[in-house]
Design a protein around this ligand. Structure first.
Ligand SMILES: [Zn+2]
Length: 238
């Protein structure tokens, strides 16, 4: 039914369309990913100003007609995240975070936890762009897996339930595996295991760093989990 929808949203992508319009890919708390058109936004006198750009957190009024494409009727800035745009590493981290959210979740599949995770990540690296580290990017992806229901099993062997001798990680098995079950696994050291457990259990702002080798193993675990369970290939961060 046609009508008006008010929602907060994070702009994931903003694409030029026609003479003066933009198509926005948005992530919202209650409706998940959705697409909207903003008309006349590229004219100099547009009432939207420059705020329909990636990484803006907005308060929107949208009109929903009979198609899936909504129309932006008003936009207020909640957070512009201006500082992260001036820092290459933070900009890259923001772009990877928005890309992962846009690709992992389909339209009309709401996860309010994902919205808050994304808003939190953007605010964190905007407040201090130096926090856009490899450890931060991996912790964000791991939390995204958790929100999507694909978090790897870390407490016991994903093959047999053994809690000792956890020496490997298998994306196919869905988590850490013991030495007896490691056929399709790669070696996962104690420090990489500790990093994964810490990244899942702690707030994003409190994730501890880890040695490069541990982060490389943690990244492989995350990428294999995404590939096996979400059928999604993301670019490595490291
Ligand atoms: Zn086992």
């Amino acid at each position: 039914m046609p009508g008006t929808l008010k929602s907060e949203a994070v702009v994931l992508r903003s694409l030029r369309y026609g003479e003066a319009d933009r198509i926005l890919h948005l992530y919202t708390p209650d409706r998940g990913r959705l697409s909207a058109i903003a008309k006349g936004v590229r004219r100099s006198k547009s009432r939207f100003g420059g705020r329909l750009e990636p990484f803006f957190r907005l308060r929107l009024v949208l009109y929903q007609g009979r198609t899936d494409l909504l129309t932006v009727t008003s936009a207020e800035t909640v957070h512009a995240h201006a500082r992260l745009r001036e820092h290459g590493g933070a900009l890259d981290a923001a772009s990877r975070a928005c890309d992962a959210v846009g690709r992992l979740f389909a339209d009309g599949e709401p996860h309010s936890g994902v919205y808050h995770l994304l808003a939190n990540q953007l605010a964190l690296i905007d407040a201090d762009p130096a926090r856009a580290t490899l450890a931060n990017a991996l912790a964000f992806r791991l939390k995204l897996l958790l929100a999507a229901g694909f978090a790897p099993q870390l407490a016991a062997c994903a093959g047999c339930g053994e809690t000792e001798h956890l020496a490997g990680f298998s994306g196919a098995a869905g988590g850490v595996v013991c030495s007896a079950c490691e056929a399709s696994a790669f070696a996962l050291g104690q420090d990489a295991h500790d990093f994964l457990v810490g990244a899942l259990g702690r707030p994003l702002a409190d994730v501890a760093d880890a040695p490069p080798r541990a982060l490389a193993q943690a990244e492989r675990a995350i990428l294999e989990t995404l590939e096996h369970h979400a059928h999604l290939r993301l670019r490595p961060v490291g």
